[in-house]
Design a protein around this ligand. Structure first.
Ligand SMILES: Nc1ncnc2c1ncn2[C@@H]1O[C@H](COP(=O)(O)OP(=O)(O)OP(=O)(O)O)[C@@H](O)[C@H]1O
Ligand code: SF4
Ligand SMILES: [Mg+2]
Length: 399
């Protein structure tokens, strides 16, 4: 899906003097648009009637490093509650980060304030899961589109209406849509309005947070295809967030798999789908249906035991150890694995895995076993855990 060339003829640029460097810091890598280093977002948990005291933290994002190249689509997948949206929002500086850096075009966004941050934000736009909730119901499409452009000083001189019509054409809506309100559209059309709004300020990066999850299956493919076409026309870069691997499969150049606030595997999309290496990725992959019934019957089926543990009380060591069918007596519950290049024949260095035993699992030296489900209370914090409230409960099949 990489398409780094931008054709300004397709959606005319706003009537404004563009920065010829596109906001790029001199000396920054031409290839990397976004670089995230050691990003953490911990939400404090407060308790108390008269005085709020912090009794723990939700470790929503807990140490993510990743890079997104110009013109690529990076698919980020993981279960509900693993921190995907928090990560997406933190990139746009919509969440206060606890630690780490977000470099956009080589500039650390946390070092910017006021006007400088606002200028950078124009280059990064978000498309949300629920287009109805994210569009003001009292505004017409015209007002919605103009709002962002005005906020960034992009409506100057004539040509605004032509640009709005061009934007609608780009997302497959007629010009008559301009005078309509969000509730007058179907879900898929509303998401097209949401995409047009993101495009209205000529961004470089679009963070699309579950952009098709709320849509009918038949419409999902249309919206994904639209995103792919726009990328080719406009040279956009995407961070595409989804909770299942099937959605990101055809559009992503690279995929990152997230579990409890961190990446457990990252690879070129084709490599990941050909040979998922982390036990969690293998479990997610085994949940993606295959159209061929013969392949479907013979392929690996991994049923994940239990729910996602609470991010307020994450497991020690490897965060996946409470549900992992390959968990070992040593290291798994004491040592947090790093995302690392593995020594497996045919696996390129671009495929990195956070598992101590990736090589032995891939070779078959280690075999999966049953998993004892650990009961977790979603409201528990670390301090509750220290008091020994929770423990193993029952056993279910893992394979
Ligand atoms: N403002 C907040 N304050 C406290 N906890 C929060 C806040 N926002 C998110 N969380 C918690 O952080 C964790 C990660 O939430 P997040 O919304 O990022 O997950 P997600 O992967 O996007 O899930 P989903 O697939 O359901 O959208 C969750 O446990 C959530 O309850
Ligand atoms: S480190 Fe251990 S618990 Fe974690 S994924 Fe690998 S085998 Fe499973
Ligand atoms: Mg989310």
């Amino acid at each position: 899906m990489s398409s780094p060339t931008q054709d300004p003829q397709q959606v005319p640029s706003p009537d404004v003097t563009e920065d010829p460097t596109g906001g790029r810091t001199p000396g920054a890598s031409d290839d990397i648009l976004l670089e995230v280093r050691g990003l953490k977002v911990h939400f404090p948990i407060k308790k108390g009637v008269f005085i709020d005291r912090t009794v723990g933290h939700v470790y929503a994002v807990d140490g993510i490093d990743l890079q997104i190249r110009r013109g690529e689509t990076y698919g980020l997948v993981g279960e509900s509650g693993c921190g995907k949206s928090t990560f997406g929002r933190a990139i746009l500086q919509l969440e206060t980060t606890t630690d780490g850096e977000v470099l956009f075009n080589g500039t650390d966004l946390a070092s910017l304030g006021g006007e400088a941050l606002r200028t950078q934000r124009r280059h990064m736009q978000m498309v949300f899961q629920d287009p109805l909730g994210s569009l003001d119901p009292r505004q017409t499409v015209e007002q919605l589109l103009l709002e962002g452009m005005r906020a960034h000083g992009l409506v100057m001189g004539g040509g605004a209406r032509e640009r709005l019509i061009e934007l609608l054409r780009a997302v497959g809506l007629p010009r008559t849509a301009l005078s309509k309100y969000p509730h007058e559209f179907s879900g898929g059309q509303r998401q097209r309005v949401g995409i047009a709004r993101a495009l209205s300020v000529n961004p470089q990066l679009i963070v699309a947070d579950e952009p098709v999850s709320a849509l009918d299956v038949s419409v999902q493919a249309q919206v994904i295809n639209l995103l792919a076409d726009l990328q080719e026309e406009l040279g956009l870069t995407y961070l595409l967030i989804a909770h299942d691997l099937a959605v990101v499969r055809h559009i992503s150049d690279r995929v990152g798999v997230m579990y409890l606030g961190a990446l457990v595997e990252e690879a070129e999309a084709d490599d990941l789908y050909a040979q998922p290496l982390h036990p969690y990725t293998r479990a997610l992959m085994s949940a993606v249906p295959v159209p061929d019934p013969v392949v479907e019957d013979s392929r690996e089926q991994i049923l994940l035991a239990g729910d996602l543990p609470s991010p307020a009380n994450p497991p020690s060591g490897c965060r996946f150890h409470t549900r992992c069918p390959w968990r070992q007596e040593t290291r798994c519950d004491t040592e947090r694995p790093e995302l690392r290049v593995v020594q497996i024949d045919g696996v390129p260095p671009s495929q990195r895995v956070a598992c101590h035993w990736a090589e032995q699992i891939a070779s078959g030296e280690l075999q999966p076993h049953e998993v004892a489900v650990t009961l977790t209370d979603p409201t528990a914090t670390e301090s509750d855990h220290d008091e020994g409230l929770f423990g193993p409960a029952s056993v279910i099949e893992a394979r």
